[in-house]
Design a protein around this ligand. Structure first.
Ligand SMILES: [Mg+2]
Length: 276
């Protein structure tokens, strides 16, 4: 049974710029126009095809993609789009948690939990965003029995994807992923797992709850990983990083905008996590 829908906008800032300007083709959003020493904040899919991504230095991006159009970030605009997207989703299902400027969860209810109905709902969400926000704003949708798995699923087909993972497809559905593709395993945790000779997702999935507890150094985390890797129904659980992430990103974007407008803040701009 599916329980959660996770929506993640594709190349969010770059897509907003394409929507606003009508520009298509390779485009990169940068903190400040005309400054070669900054990095790309977000790249359109056309620019990504040339190897330009979040964090690529501007001078390097220009080399990789001749003709790349650079656009100065407009944080206030992205915040306005964020609110319109949440509203569009709310017209289809209740948004349980907004986890970043371009990511949010909804909880499926009743017949929506059946895969066929869930797929209809997912396409309705995509259509609502296209209609109410703009045709350039596309998203990946992941659906699964728990919130963590729905997020994992959303990342498996990009752009504009729809991926469902059912409990009976677990754990094999995850075998093609790297350990660090799983939310909650960053390089530090991958390094720790390597000390236990865990290098692949299939090895992680084979661990008992006790072994997972030892690997994480916590019984609670062991039980959580054991359950989420088996597709158990678990609600969204904010990580320390995501709590800091979302509560601050909108505020930082707003503060940055005000600072830029009053000239009071020396930019490099907000720190924005990759994958926008
Ligand atoms: Mg995104």
């Amino acid at each position: 049974m599916l329980r959660y829908l996770f929506a993640d906008m594709n190349s969010f800032f770059a897509s907003v710029e394409q929507q606003e300007t009508g520009l298509s083709g390779p485009l990169a959003v940068v903190p400040m126009a005309g400054v070669e020493t900054t990095c790309v904040i977000a790249a359109s899919y056309e620019a990504k095809a040339y190897g330009v991504g979040t964090g690529t230095a501007v001078h390097e991006a220009k080399k990789l993609c001749p003709g790349l159009r650079l656009i100065e970030a407009r944080p206030d605009l992205y915040v306005r789009y964020h609110h319109r997207i949440v509203e569009a989703l709310e017209s289809c299902l209740h948004v349980d948690h907004v986890t970043s400027i371009d990511e949010m969860y909804g909880r499926l209810m009743g017949t929506e939990c059946q895969p066929q109905n869930a797929a209809v709902l997912a396409y309705k969400v995509k259509a609502a965003i296209r209609q109410a926000v703009g045709t350039r704003i596309r998203c990946n949708i992941g659906m699964a029995p728990n919130a963590w798995l729905a997020k994992v699923a959303s990342d498996m087909n990009k752009p504009d994807g729809l991926t469902m993972i059912m409990a009976d497809q677990m754990p094999e559905a995850l075998y093609r992923l790297k350990l660090t593709d799983l939310p909650g395993i960053a390089s530090g945790m991958a390094h720790r797992l390597a000390k236990f000779d865990i290098f692949h997702v299939f090895q992680l999935c084979a661990l008992s709850e006790h072994q997972l507890s030892v690997a994480w150094g916590s019984k609670i985390m062991g039980a959580l990983w054991f359950a989420q890797l088996r597709g158990c129904d678990l609600p969204y659980r904010p990580t320390q990083r995501s709590m800091v992430g979302h509560s601050h990103v909108l505020a930082r974007l707003a503060a940055w905008t005000q600072g830029v407008q009053s000239g009071s803040e020396a930019r490099p701009g907000p720190r924005i996590a990759p994958g926008r």
